[in-house]
Design a protein around this ligand. Structure first.
Ligand SMILES: Nc1ncnc2c1ncn2[C@@H]1O[C@H](COP(=O)(O)OP(=O)(O)OP(=O)(O)O)[C@@H](O)[C@H]1O
Length: 610
């Protein structure tokens, strides 16, 4: 993907700004690390810091041993024992550090994944439909398994490596201060040369989120059974693979470009690095030759130089990695912060025990980023015991009205009153708990029947009698009786021993799920998509019987199925244009009557044709 010079520059400065700004998350990351496991964190960090001192200790032990070779036996023995003690201590620290590291890594990754899932479960529908939030979610989800631990390792790695570096440089400084200065140069040059690359790397990763999402979606379409049929029929497979490959190739081209730049910087850096270290080695050899430096110290200096090179490389990589990971942290925390104020307010709202009246006063609504209103000046009152059927053309706003009623979108104009209270004063959760709904795009859980129905009232998922009642109300008791493991039959095709149902049977399962709730409002959005006319009529009649003294809302395109409703509302372009009983609307002889006759004529023509 080619970027213009200006674009590249603005992105880079943005990324640099992000690097600086993201340091404000440091207190939060430590809080998070502490929450995961304070004990493991303490052990892990102490061992890490000890490790920082060990290389210098080990060099000193070697130095001592070599320098004492020509002295007394006791001195040799003492130096040897010291050497062994340092080695054993070194080994033990490494083993325990890996142990705590692996434990902490697993805990941290689980913890982060869980908090992301918890947050995702609390998002609003509007957030979910926002592509920025989706990108953010994708970024944090993809990386949450490894980045938080990487950050922890980097933080402690930098601390430990700095201790090693300072102690190593001190060993050299005891001999020659300006050789030590030359050694300090190595990490500094390395840092600046790689900073640029690190930043570019992150910017590229950052910009990849939308494309990665497209790639993920393509692979999803290719591997899921519900899309597989169409993919096969329309021979979309190779087209999708081609698109997928194109995205991978674009990513590879960017990676290659970066790898090339990294190579260039590495060559220059290594050249400077080697020149400085060879000069110091040369000086040490000369000093030893002149008898100014014991041979053990020369070995110590050699080891220190190679350690400084290794440690400074690590520090540079860790600091750059941290800059990139800080931006991940920014993403993570801003994702976790979405709408948190909204939720805090929610705690203060009053809970309701039942819904006995719903009133819309001049309610209008438009979707995020859209100019046109999906709902315009909606007015109605629904009370306990009333059933209403909503009809209208595709896109007229029926499902939107339901979503507003369920408070899945909260940004509406006008007033919504529940039991005469403004909806803003009511706790959403307590309100939604009193509603049972079957959506047009209901979920087919690839799980046993018990869960598929029981999820309507999670507290009752093990209550066989309650589930059986809900199933019977939805007219699927015989269906479940005939399944191999009754309520515990796995449904769908994704998992072993899955039993696949027909579309209509799945829909009735979803209806049973809604019946699991002892709700005050029941909503059925367009069952005609899966049910045959007889089944739909049956479902509506059962619904009608069951919701006596409650509020029932049905949406359907089959007008013959809904004429029993107390009220019928006709929607057109976001407005309710007609309201009344079947008889009243037929007498009005407007849209409803026209549509009804049209459908009746179609049926009678079909019947006469048969
Ligand atoms: N999530 C969304 N984001 C943006 N616009 C939307 C969204 N959902 C629906 N719309 C738009 O809102 C309008 C009303 O859609 P809605 O789904 O409410 O219609 P409907 O009457 O239920 O249609 P159908 O009979 O086809 O189910 C349409 O113009 C649609 O494009």
């Amino acid at each position: 993907m080619m970027m213009s010079h200006d674009e590249q520059e603005s992105i880079e400065s943005l990324s640099l700004l992000n690097v600086v700004r993201s340091f404000r998350y440091w207190p939060r990351i430590f809080q998070l690390l502490w929450k995961v496991s304070a004990k493991d964190l303490i052990c892990f960090s102490i061992l890490n810091l000890i490790q920082g001192f060990l290389p210098a200790l080990s060099i000193m032990a070697t130095q001592q041993l070599i320098n004492n070779i020509t002295s007394t036996q006791e001195k040799i023995l003492g130096a040897f024992l010291f050497f062994i003690a340092v080695s054993i201590f070194f080994g033990a620290v490494s083993i325990y550090q890996s142990y705590f590291e692996s434990l902490y890594q697993a805990k941290l990754s689980n913890y982060t994944n869980v908090i992301i899932m918890e947050k995702a479960s609390r998002l609003t529908l509007a957030d979910f439909e926002n592509s920025q939030v989706q990108d953010q979610l994708k970024r944090v989800q993809t990386d949450s398994g490894y980045r938080p631990f990487q950050i922890t390792k980097q933080i402690f790695g930098i601390a430990s490596n700095l201790i090693s570096l300072v102690s190593m440089i001190s060993i050299v400084m005891i001999w020659n201060w300006w050789a030590a200065l030359l050694l300090i140069l190595i990490p500094v040059i390395s840092f600046f040369s790689f900073l640029r690359i690190g930043r570019q790397e992150f910017v590229i990763q950052w910009k990849r989120a939308p494309k990665s999402r497209s790639a993920w979606y393509l692979s999803y379409l290719l591997t899921r059974d519900n899309s597989f049929k169409e993919v096969k029929l329309y021979t979309l497979g190779s087209y999708f693979v081609k698109q997928y490959r194109k995205i991978c190739e674009d990513f590879f081209a960017e990676d290659k470009l970066l790898a090339g730049k990294r190579l260039k910087y590495s060559v220059v850096y290594k050249l400077i690095d080697n020149l400085s270290s060879y000069s110091i080695i040369f000086l040490a050899v000369i000093s030893a030759y002149r008898g100014q430096l014991p041979i053990g110290n020369v070995v110590g200096i050699f080891q220190s130089i190679s350690q400084v090179q290794g440690r400074s490389d690590s520090i540079v990589q860790q600091v750059l990695g941290l800059c990139q990971n800080n931006l991940f942290l920014e993403q993570l925390f801003s994702f976790l912060d979405i709408d948190s104020t909204e939720r805090e307010r929610l705690q203060e709202r009053s809970e309701i025990k039942e819904i006995n009246k719903i009133e819309f006063r001049d309610v209008s609504f438009r979707y995020q980023g859209k100019q046109q209103y999906a709902l315009k000046n909606i007015n109605f009152t629904l009370e306990q015991g009333q059933t209403v059927a909503i009809v209208g053309h595709n896109g007229s706003g029926k499902s939107t009205l339901i979503k507003i009623l369920l408070q899945l979108y909260a940004q509406t104009k006008g007033q919504i009153l529940i039991n005469d209270l403004p909806i803003q004063e009511i706790n959403d959760v307590s309100y939604q708990k009193r509603v049972g709904a079957v959506f047009q795009d209901f979920v087919q859980y690839e799980m046993p029947v018990r869960q598929n129905i029981g999820y309507g009232n999670i507290g009752e998922v093990d209550n066989d009698q309650r589930i059986a009642e809900a199933a019977s109300n939805a007219g699927i008791d015989t269906l479940i009786e005939n399944l191999p493991n009754k309520l515990d039959t796995q449904l769908g095709r994704w998992f072993e021993h899955g039993h696949q149902l027909s579309g209509g049977q799945w829909q009735r399962i979803a209806i049973a799920r809604a019946f699991m709730r002892d709700a005050d409002v029941y909503i059925l959005d367009e069952p005609s998509s899966f049910l045959d006319p007889e089944a739909e009529r049956d479902v509506f009649e059962r619904f009608h019987d069951l919701i006596k003294n409650r509020i029932g809302i049905f949406i359907s395109h089959r007008l013959s199925s809904v004429n029993f409703a107390d009220q019928i509302w006709v929607m057109e372009e976001g407005e309710i244009v007609e309201m009344g009983t079947h008889a009243e609307l037929m007498a009005r002889n407007q849209t409803y009557a026209r549509l009804y006759r049209l459908q009746a004529d179609a049926y009678s023509t079909n019947v006469s044709a048969v």
